[in-house]
Design a protein around this ligand. Structure first.
Ligand code: TRP
Length: 460
């Protein structure tokens, strides 16, 4: 029996390189791209945000992605176990611990938004979004109705648990292979429709003509946080996925593909949302968590032939979005589940059910924060709604902290030499080794420290 580097039994592995890249891309591509990216870009000045976002992806996101995959494949463990395996008798496992906690918290509100997409499959299929429909009222009909919001949140969590119980290969691989390319094709078509809308031009300039005078430290923080959220970095999801990669696969090109796919999908989502938003005469600075749902559905009635074009496209879109969200939520639950299995000795089934149930409960206030309960919806005594608050704390700040610690660990504690050896374990060259070393040792830690410093200053 083949042993892995840590002496344990061989771990379940992805079927092929393509399967792994697609599964990791499935984790990365999700609501973060189609919901999070346009919302955050709208709130942070549009094109200038896009430029900073792209830099963050290239210079911070991509190297951290590779670092996480390396940690995973080297250790063949969940995030907590990975640090313990590589650096026993140290406190570094706490970084993995923070990641596991972050995963649970992100899953809690992620499932709320994903629940809305489930509701929207039904709505679009029944032709609710005809010309002149009040898309805001329809959104509130789902999100501000406590029973609806909780029911869809619960249903989505159940589906996620169901997939994770089945395990990595059967559960995750199957979905991503066909459906991700399909989602991509649909997004291209929707983008073509959106950019040709009347008044869409000003949306395009908001999105593509940078005005750097609007850039504040807050905008940079949002861009870096969004990059990590979208790429599923900073909490060990890619450590966990990397732990299922076999040693004959090339981690470097895998990291490149996943980063590239993810960024392309986010960019496309912006091409859809901003022209439509300006076409509908809405104000990008006023956009809460419901913005994308309200704006996107106002596009549907413009797709010929009415009303069938909108029904077919809309239903297809929300179906694919729900599946994209599922492949992401599965990765979140998978991280926490693999911790429960490896470190706590629970069975996969027990772990997935208990953790999924916990995430459902933690998600209840987020589910009630879009109109159902007023103090959760408007902040108390003032401030963001509870869901946006959770997104900021766990979906942005915590990931930045996690990524900082992960890059420090790989670059300075464990060492770039050992990390490079793991990349070369498949027998090929590590082509961008010098660049990667420079980025992970200096650029990532300094940039992330800078981002955190602004954050701390803003708090006091
Ligand atoms: N990246 C996913 C998205 O864009 C969300 C996600 C899945 C995630 N796993 C993660 C975010 C791990 C941060 C960490 O929708």
């Amino acid at each position: 029996m083949a042993m892995d580097s840590s002496g344990g039994p061989p771990r379940e592995a992805w079927g092929s390189k393509a399967a792994f890249v697609l599964a990791a891309a499935g984790s990365a591509i999700g609501l973060g791209n189609i919901w999070g990216f346009p919302t955050t870009a709208a709130n942070n000045g549009g094109a200038a945000f896009l430029v900073i976002y792209l830099c963050a992806v290239l210079f911070i996101g991509a190297p951290v992605m590779l670092a996480e995959l390396i940690l995973g494949r080297k250790s063949q463990r969940n995030p907590v176990g990975a640090f313990k395996a590589i650096m026993p008798d140290s406190s570094w496992w706490l970084v993995g611990g923070l990641g596991v906690l972050t995963g649970l918290m992100i899953l809690s509100f992620y499932s709320v938004i994903a629940g809305w997409t489930l509701a929207y499959i039904l709505k679009t299929a029944t032709g609710v979004f005809e010309a002149g429909a009040d898309t805001t009222a329809i959104f509130l009909g789902v999100a501000a109705n406590p029973w609806q919001a909780l029911m869809w949140h619960g249903l989505f969590m159940l589906i996620t648990i169901g997939v994770v119980v089945k395990g990595v290969k059967d559960g995750i691989e199957r979905w991503t292979k066909v459906l991700m390319p399909l989602l991509f094709a649909l997004l291209v078509l929707l983008a073509l429709r959106a950019v040709t809308l009347s008044g869409g031009g000003s949306g395009l300039s908001f999105y593509l003509q940078p005005d750097f005078s609007v850039v504040t430290p807050g905008v940079v923080l949002a861009a870096v946080g969004q990059a990590f959220f979208s790429l599923s970095l900073g909490m060990g999801a890619m450590i966990t996925y990397g732990s299922y990669v076999s040693r004959d696969q090339n981690l470097e090109t895998s990291a490149g593909w996943v980063t590239g796919f993810d960024t392309m999908i986010a960019f496309l989502a912006g091409l859809i949302i901003f022209p439509t938003l300006f076409h509908a005469g809405l104000d990008p600075n006023q956009s809460g968590p419901g913005m994308v749902f309200v704006v996107l559905t106002s596009l549907l009635s413009t797709i010929p032939p009415a009303p069938y074009g909108g029904i077919i496209f809309g239903t297809g879109f929300f179906l694919l979005l729900a599946i994209a969200a599922l492949t992401s939520s599965v990765s979140l639950l998978e991280v926490v589940t693999s911790w429960g299995v490896d470190e706590k000795g629970w069975t996969r089934k027990q772990a997935a059910w208990m953790i999924g149930a916990a995430a459902f409960v933690v998600g209840v206030p987020s589910a009630l924060a879009n109109g159902a309960v007023s103090w959760l919806s408007s902040g108390w005594p003032q401030g963001p709604d509870f869901l946006s608050f959770m997104f900021a704390v766990w979906g942005q700040y915590s990931l930045v902290v996690g990524a900082l610690l992960i890059s420090l660990f790989v670059a300075w504690v464990w060492g770039v030499q050992a990390a490079g050896d793991e990349v070369r374990a498949d027998g090929t060259r590590f082509r961008f080794e010098a660049v990667w070393r420079f980025l992970i040792r200096y650029v990532c830690p300094l940039a992330l420290l800078g981002v955190l410093w602004t954050l701390v200053q803003a708090l006091f």
